[in-house]
Design a protein around this ligand. Structure first.
Ligand SMILES: [Zn+2]
Length: 106
């Protein structure tokens, strides 16, 4: 069992997609530090060498989607309600999309 507070690099296969807030280019994780079981601080570096932005982010576990078969009593998360399937009454097909007005072609 890994204790909170340990620091570890996230392996490359565990990529977290994040765009640079300045140039919009892809950014990669430089460091990732787990502070609690549900909270992690991450630093990103923009891959655009002309930008070079380095920035911090936070990752927080917010809720359970499917419950764990090995629940930890120290971890209390709200459970998201199950997704509702479209009711047949509301399952009406969308109407035909109206094409945009002509004249936009450049
Ligand atoms: Zn950038």
């Amino acid at each position: 069992m890994q204790l909170p507070g340990t620091q570890a690099e996230i392996p490359h296969q565990a990529r977290l997609g994040m765009a640079c807030p300045h140039c919009g280019g892809p950014a990669r994780i430089r460091t990732s530090r787990s502070l609690t079981r549900t909270y992690r601080q991450i630093s990103f570096q923009c891959l655009d060498a002309a930008c070079g932005h380095t920035f911090g982010a936070e990752l927080t576990v917010t809720h359970t989607i499917s419950p764990s078969a090995r629940p930890n009593p120290d971890v209390q998360l709200r459970v998201a309600p199950p997704r509702k399937h479209a009711a047949s009454a509301n399952d009406q097909p969308c109407g035909p999309e109206v094409p945009p007005a002509a004249g936009q072609a450049g």
